[in-house]
Design a protein around this ligand. Structure first.
Ligand code: NAP
Length: 309
């Protein structure tokens, strides 16, 4: 029987692991399919306090894991398949095995949102991607015109990163101003290799008959005019979807699937706590996820103390 199982190994999960490990609870962390979470796909993290020169996202997550493990956290590369939270101890199905636990911290994060274009899925990994830092350096994207879809910080970050590889980066945004933070927007708008395309949506990716990306179909949302833009890659950066499907029907979520805490880090199920992007549609920062992970760990520890009194 586990005392604490933590679902997810991003900033929230690993901070919860550090705190519960230091409380001698020997937490079991299930990494999910993306160990280290979304931050591992970021290049330089400039806004995590304590790193005045920035730190590589992968490096930051590796350090967090090492720090949690130093105090006794066990980090397993494993995926949660099902959860029965109807009674305590909770029963988790993990890669076919059942794991029982007294408390659960859900820090399962969020995945990339897809646009939903007719040929988006068919051309995935054939020029359509959701992560510039993972794929941008591939030979297929070198010296090619590239398209980034979105207008938030992620899209700006992707566009800036791709300037190292592409010949020109078209930033396709459905409105006429960026949602991104001012510093990111300023960097993008002043970059000679980035060309914003305002008030425009991508309606499809070309060309399935060639089994690779050759361009995108565009539509101007103001005058409804349509056009085709040639490019060698499409980088989608339009936000995220919370990874909470496995808890549907047991844990309270909002209409978009984000977990709605009952109080602080506590959920509607006593003994189940939540932290990070799977419960945060507002801030979604590495540091806020870490803070939520800390809160969830403290709540879990207090819950166990009360339970065992
Ligand atoms: P976001 O802020 O939610 O922005 C998503 C963007 O995609 C918006 O511009 C949105 O358009 C657009 N969009 C959404 N659905 C779309 C669709 N179906 N078709 C076309 N466009 C669509 O997401 P994010 O950029 O991933 O950022 C998430 C959070 O992480 C934010 O809090 C951000 O500050 C943070 N973050 C920070 C950094 C950094 O500081 N370096 C880097 C990455 C992310 P509208 O503007 O019209 O809604």
């Amino acid at each position: 029987m586990e005392k604490v199982v933590i679902i997810g190994s991003g900033c929230a999960g690993l901070t919860a692991a550090l705190y519960t490990a230091r409380a001698n609870l020997k937490p079991l962390v299930l990494t999910g399919r993306q160990p280290g979470g979304l931050l591992t796909t970021t290049s330089t993290v400039e806004n995590f306090p304590g790193f005045p020169d920035g730190i590589d996202g992968f490096e930051l997550m590796t350090r967090m894991q090492k720090q949690a493990e130093k105090f006794g956290a066990r980090v397993n590369f494993a995926t949660l398949e099902a959860a029965d939270l109807s009674r305590s101890p909770f029963k988790l199905t993990v890669d076919g095995e059942v794991v029982e636990t007294e408390t659960l911290i859900i820090a399962s994060g969020a995945g990339h949102r897809h646009v939903g274009l007719p040929n988006e899925h068919k051309l995935e990994n054939k020029g359509v991607t959701y992560c510039a830092t993972c794929d941008g350096a591939l030979p297929m994207f070198r010296n090619q015109p590239l398209v980034v879809v979105g207008g938030g910080d992620s899209a700006c970050e992707e566009a800036l990163y791709l300037t190292r590889f592409g010949s020109i980066i078209y930033l396709i945004h459905r409105r006429d101003s960026l949602r991104a933070s001012k510093i990111m927007a300023d960097r993008v708008l002043s970059h000679p290799k980035i060309k914003p395309v305002w008030n425009t949506v991508v309606t499809d990716v070309l060309d399935v008959t060639q089994d690779r990306v050759t361009g995108v179909r565009l539509q101007n949302v103001v005058d409804r005019s349509e056009s085709v833009l040639e490019c060698g890659g499409v980088f989608v950066a339009i936000g995220h979807i919370p990874n909470t499907q496995v808890f549907q029907g047991q844990i309270t979520t909002d209409e978009a699937g984000y977990i709605v805490p009952a109080r602080g880090a506590a959920t509607n199920v006593p003994g189940v706590f939540v932290a990070g992007d799977c419960a945060d549609r507002v801030y979604r920062q590495a540091i806020t996820a870490a803070g939520m992970g800390c809160a969830a760990a403290i709540e879990a520890e207090r819950f166990l103390t009360t339970l065992n009194q």
